[in-house]
Design a protein around this ligand. Structure first.
Ligand code: ZN
Length: 152
């Protein structure tokens, strides 16, 4: 440390900057998002060792750390495992409040997908059945699934 710094209090200031960026989602992420965009299909990956089905798909199993290359098409319906309702509007939210962030275990998957539920929030509860609603114009983004909607 330089001598002139020995008696200087290390003061910091908080700030915030916006940094637009893009990144490659990888081969696994690309296949997942292209299936959403082009086919309205939700694809997962299955581990050949333990059989765990992940969605979004992963390249490696989080349980046994093996590479995965088996793809499975999942249904568009699933069960809400947990949720949190958002009431406060904010420009970066993926939907107009109120909506719910929810962990949704799609039929055929072993892990939950984080997405949003819109509409019918008064009836939303753990175990509720939901169905994916796809956007008409899709771009290869997780929000090509506009939201999940409660099933009667
Ligand atoms: Zn595994």
């Amino acid at each position: 440390m330089a001598d002139w710094m020995k008696n200087v209090e290390p003061l910091t200031l908080k700030g915030q900057i916006a940094v637009p960026y893009s990144w490659w989602v990888g081969a696994t992420g690309s296949r997942f998002l292209i299936a959403l965009r082009d086919e309205k299909k939700i694809m997962g990956s299955r581990c050949g060792e333990c059989g765990t089905v992940y969605v979004p798909p992963r390249k490696n199993c989080g349980r046994c750390f093996r590479d995965m290359d088996e793809w499975v098409e999942l249904g568009n319906e699933g069960e809400v495992k947990s949720f949190s309702i958002v009431h406060t509007p904010f420009k970066l939210h993926p939907a107009k409040a109120p909506f719910a962030y929810a962990l949704i275990k799609l039929d055929g998957a072993d892990v939950a997908l984080l997405h949003i539920v819109t509409g019918g929030l008064d009836a939303l509860k753990r175990g509720a059945r939901v169905r994916a609603k796809f956007r008409e114009e899709r771009t290869g983004h997780i929000l090509d699934i506009e939201s999940f909607e409660l099933l009667p």
